[in-house]
Each structure stands twice: as structure tokens, then as C-alpha cells.
Design a protein around this ligand. Sequence first.
Ligand code: AP5
Ligand code: MG
Length: 291
Amino acid sequence: MILVLVVPEKNIKNVVAIKRKGNMLLIKNISKINMLICLILLTALTSCKKNKDNESKNKIDTKGNSMQKIQPKTIFSFFGAPGSGKGTLAEQAVEKFGFLSLSTGDLLRENISKGTQIGKKVKDFLDSGQLVPDELVTDMVQNWLIEKKETGKSIILDGFPRTKEQTQNLIDIINENLPEYKLRVIALDIPEEEILARLTGRRICSNKECKAVFNISEPGIKDGGKCPKCGGTLIIRQDDKPEVIKDRFDVYKKNETEILDFYKSAGKNIETLDISKLNKEEVFDKFNNIL
Ligand code: AP5
Ligand code: MG
């Protein structure tokens, strides 16, 4: 940015001295009429820049650089079967829009790997593909939401709620603690056959700060390979064994209708994205289009 300092001097009409000092432009010996023109031009330039800044905040740039999308404070609940792509879409929205995201699965796995009390309690549930108790996961989500609401950013809940009780809990948490936030339920709809192939091919980054998700169908992704984002080692998730995948899917199916019916009875609209056969970028575009 360059600051312009206009210094009028009496009795000198047409001699104008312009000097640059660091990021300051010094215009000396200027007549009153020229000074007026300068000030009008400056005001016009400043307002033009402001408009341009505001416009660009509403767009994702073509290189996909990070940008906060202007919109009301929103909590997006990503609802979908195991492997439907909740985590992948959340990761893209975090990178491109600056949203915050909480994956309850990631948070639970982090507790297990750190050996916390919570981790010890939930390990068997995750290893067998069963849901952890409602109260435990609701407390974790509530604490996280209360901590993050100060940022004013839009938030993604990846994999919460997953039971009728958790759904009621989320509605209560928002009403009591985050009334300025609007809840939007985004259901990712994809056939079971596509999911099975995805989960057996999933590889995740073992670096806790990264946790990026890939698939061996993608170029350069292989067992024991390196994460393209941070160089961490790629590993198979503990619950991506065929028998556990089946149990996780059964658990999802058992709760799916009950949750969707509950939302409907509470007057909540469910925004379903049909993402069958769509690649990651196409899924992201579909989400971007409904924002
Ligand atoms: P969680 O970690 O949430 O697992 P999940 O629900 O089974 O979902 P996944 O993470 O497996 O799939 P995803 O939808 O995120 O898909 P992803 O983007 O990775 O939960 C694990 C466990 O924690 C639960 O079983 C339970 O025990 C516990 N838990 C968690 N939340 C709980 C709660 N609320 N209550 C109680 N218990 C809870 O994609 C999958 C693969 O597909 C990847 O390889 C990816 O690269 C690929 N992919 C993604 N999108 C595309 C695309 N468009 N095209 C092609 N490939 C794609
Ligand atoms: Mg996930």
C-alpha cells in the first residue's frame, strides 16, 4: 500500500514536486484545484478497492486457494454411510472456505492413540464398528462447539449425530449455547456397492496434525507410501477390515431412517446430495452450489 500525502503551498501554481519515501508518496507545491482533484481520485480508488475485496470474499479462486465464504453462521451436519465421503468433503471445505470441522471418529481415534481415559472406554466400540455411548460423544461435541463458537466461523460436524438421541441433543445444544447458528443437515447419498470399494482402498495419513484421507485408486497412493500433503506414512484404518466395515454399515442402516424421520418431525429440512459416481471435485462443486 502507498500512502499519499498532499502538501499545498501558497503562491506556487504549476510546479509540483513528487517524492517517494518508503511507502509514502509526497506531493508538494500543489495548487488548490489540483489538490482537490487528487483527493477525489484517492477517494474513488479506495472505494473501488473495498468493493473488489468484498466481491472476492464471495468466490473461491480458480487455483482453489483458501478463502472464507461469506454466509450466516452455520453448523453443517454431514450425514452419510461409512465411506460416503463425509471426511473428504469436510477437508475440502476447511481448505477452501476456512470452515472448522469436527470428525467425531477422528477425535475418538485420537483419544485411543493417546491412551486417554476416554480412549480406553471407547476402543472396543470402534474396533467392532459399534457406536460409542450417546452421552460420551455428545459431551465431547458440546465442549468443542462451545470452545469454537467464538471464532464465528461456519462449522462442519462430520459424523454427528448418529442416533435419534444425539439428534435431539444437537438441537438442544444449538438452542441453548449457539442460538446465533443455523443448523443445515447435508445427507450424502451413495449406493452401497460404491462404498465398499472405497473403504477397502482407503489409506489415511498417520500424522495426527494431518490425518488426510486418500485411496489406492489415486495415483501415487500405495501401502506404506508417503502422504502427498505432509510426507507422513500412509496407513490402513483399524476399522477398515471387511468384517468391521459390514458391521459399521449395518449400524448406519439401523439408525438412518429414525434420524431422518426425527429431523422431519422437528421441521428440519434435509438437503440430500446425490453423489453417486461423482469424483471428489464434483462432490465439492455440488456442495458449493447449495451454499
Ligand atoms: P467415523 O470415523 O466417522 O467413520 P464412518 O462414519 O464409518 O465414516 P468414514 O470415516 O469411514 O467415511 P467418510 O464418510 O468420512 O468417508 P471418507 O471421506 O473417509 O467413525 C468411526 C467410529 O467412531 C464409528 O464406527 C463409531 O464407533 C465411532 N463414532 C464416530 N462418531 C460417532 C457418533 N456420533 N456416535 C457414536 N459413535 C461414533 O472417504 C472414504 C474413501 O473414499 C476414502 O478413501 C476417500 O479417498 C474416498 N472418496 C471420498 N470421496 C470420493 C469420491 N467422490 N470419489 C471416489 N472416492 C472418494
Ligand atoms: Mg470419516
